[in-house]
Write a protein that binds this ligand. Sequence first.
Ligand code: KG4
Ligand code: ZN
Length: 333
Amino acid sequence: MKILSIESSCDETAAAVIEDGRRIISSVVATQVEEHKLYGGVVPEIASRRHCEAINGVVEETLARAETDIGGIDALAVTYAPGLIGALLVGVNFAKGLSLSTGLPLIPVHHLRSHIAANYLAHPQLEPPFLCLVVSGGHSHIVEVQDYTRMKIIGRTRDDAAGEAFDKAARTMGMSYPGGIHLDEAAELGDENAYRFPKPKVSSSPYDFSFSGLKTAVINLIHNSGQRGEALEVNDLCASFRKAVADSLFDNFLLAANDLGYKKLVLAGGVSANRLLRRRADALCAEGYEVYYPPKELCGDNGAMVGAQAYYEYLAGNTAGMELNAAATMSIE
Ligand code: KG4
Ligand code: ZN
């Protein structure tokens, strides 16, 4: 079954043709990041306009690279939640129009479910059940993936997402948006024990995260040393901050895995591109865990992951009609 999938939840306009949820036939991502860099973050109104301009060309290019036209497609899929509402609406309305004009079934896909599904494209042997750490710019969740379309949130952030904390820390250090990747690069050159950060704990919820305290700690440290005229070792600061975030993520993830009896662990979302998180995941394999994360090109937003999840949503009977609407927030459950 060939699915044409569309993604427009944030600042990439993307589409893909995916076969049976597991094989990428073609995938095109048009990023708007250069324009949003000017403002230090995504400007929702600009994002919507750029999606409108890009979506036709992205879908045409995706079909051309798959060496097919719409007649070779069996179903359409689109990210409908969560994300920037104006951005989501562009993809949703485009997909609805295409579904109406072609009669092809329309499959709505939850953005975080698709991040998890990016792993199915890279790891043919991976099947649920497993425990997943979903870390993106907007979310940090520990999710029990009981089946392809049955998920339970075990832990979540109480405030900032991990990616948001990375981006804000990086921005305070003068790095361009999205700063997470630059912070990660600088951290590779630094000493992770140079600076001490508080260990965030959420009382009575051992699996929940809190990153706002860590973020405030690094911002205060930078401002205070600036006021005193003291130089900071930026690479050391990045390495220490990255370690603090990784410790918090993995402490809770492993606690949940051991309490629930999961040995099969998966990372997903933009932050799973982080080098330290990937090394920590690799190290767990030596401790008897089976650990998966997506290749770097599938960590960030893309259309391929949407087509992967869409296949399983379709098998579960989750299709929509013209009543489909986008939603800025929606639980992964
Ligand atoms: O999943 P994603 O592409 O978009 C959302 O759905 O939010 O995640 C984007 C986030 C940004 O916060 C970005 O800074 C972060 O992923 N990110 C990283 C790295 N690469 C991307 N964070 C830390 N280290 C990285 N290497
Ligand atoms: Zn995303």
